[in-house]
Ligand binder design. Structure first.
Ligand SMILES: [Zn+2]
Length: 157
C-alpha cells in the first residue's frame, strides 16, 4: 500500500519535497491538532510534525496512528529522517503529484496544451501532465531539472 502523509505547518517544507519525490503529502495549515489527527486517521496518513504533544496522544502511543517527530530544522536532515524511518525512495514517482495542491497529475496530449504552454516549450517538450484541480501544466523543462538537482543534493547523491 502506498504511503501517504499529512504534514504539520511546523515542518511544512517537507510537503513540497515529498510531492517532488512523488508521495501524496497533504499540508495541514490549521491550528487544531485534533482535526489533523482525525484526517490522518480517516485517510490513513502518516503525521509529520515537530509537536511533541501529538506524539503523546493515545492513538499515536498505541500505534493506531503513525507519527514521526521531526527533530531537525534543516530541510535536508528532515527529509533524511523521514526517508530513513519509512524506507522511502527519493525517486519514487517523480512528476506525478501537483506541487501546489497535492493532486495526482494526469497525462495530456501535446495538442491539448498547444495554447497554454510557451511556444519554445511546445517545440522542445513531448510529455505534459496536468493537475485536475488547479490546471497547472507540468513538463520536464529547466525548472523541473533544477528541482531535481536540488533534490539530489538534499539526498546526498
Ligand atoms: Zn494543482
Amino acid at each position: 500500500m502506498e504511503i501517504k502523509f499529512i504534514v504539520d505547518n511546523n515542518v511544512g517544507k517537507l510537503a513540497k519535497w515529498l510531492r517532488i519525490m512523488g508521495y501524496d503529502a497533504l499540508l495541514f495549515s490549521g491550528e487544531d491538532d485534533g482535526r489533523m489527527v482525525k484526517v490522518a486517521l480517516a485517510q490513513n496518513r502518516v503525521i509529520l510534525t515537530k509537536d511533541t504533544q501529538i506524539m503523546k496522544r493515545r492513538l499515536v502511543t498505541s500505534g493506531r496512528l503513525k507519527a514521526i517527530l521531526i527533530e531537525d530544522d534543516d530541510i535536508g536532515a528532515q527529509l533524511h529522517q523521514v526517508v530513513e524511518a519509512l524506507n522511502l525512495d527519493y525517486h519514487f514517482s517523480p512528476f506525478s503529484i501537483c506541487l501546489e495542491c497535492n493532486q495526482r497529475l494526469v497525462e495530456r496530449d501535446k495538442d491539448a496544451v498547444r495554447e497554454v504552454v510557451p511556444p519554445y516549450v511546445f517545440k522542445t517538450q513531448r510529455l505534459y501532465m496536468e493537475c485536475p484541480s488547479c490546471h497547472r501544466i507540468y513538463w520536464r523543462g529547466t525548472h523541473w531539472q533544477a528541482m531535481n538537482r536540488e533534490l539530489e543534493k538534499l539526498a546526498g547523491e
